[in-house]
Ligand binder design. Structure first.
Ligand code: 5GP
Ligand code: ZN
Length: 113
């Protein structure tokens, strides 16, 4: 039975995405609606609804998501970048499979809106 989760479907190849990286734990792909010249998402293959669902046993996995995000940013000319995880609808989360946004290639302002 197929998963109702959009990003699980992307991992499974049921929905096409522009893949940037994949290994046994992690999948990275270009955001469909980029908010910066470089904007991709790094996700764990394990379905977690968001940062609030991370368990102790997931700590190494989430560390890997962040490490791969920074490494891919470097490899794609965006060493200086912003790494963002939205946690909950009020914070701007629209897809409830944990994802790290990696944005770069332009100056960033703070605070975010
Ligand atoms: P959120 O708002 O949940 O933090 O981020 C979800 C991100 O997923 C958004 O930046 C949105 O553009 C991206 N997104 C939503 N649907 C798709 C899709 O089908 N393919 C890709 N590549 N990105 C998507
Ligand atoms: Zn999922």
């Amino acid at each position: 039975m197929s998963s109702p989760c959009l990003f699980c479907k992307i991992i499974a190849g049921e929905i096409p995405a522009k893949k940037l990286f994949e290994d046994e734990d992690v999948f990275a792909f270009w955001d469909i609606s980029p908010q910066a010249p470089t904007h991709f998402l790094v996700i764990p293959k394990k379905h977690l609804s968001g940062p609030g669902a991370i368990l102790n046993e997931d700590e190494a996995l989430i560390g890997k998501v962040v490490r791969i995000g920074a490494q891919l940013a470097r490899e794609n000319g965006a060493e200086q970048c912003r790494l963002v995880m939205n946690n909950g609808a009020e914070a701007g989360q629209t897809v409830f499979h944990l994802h790290l946004h990696v944005l770069g290639g332009r100056p960033m302002s703070w605070p975010p809106g």
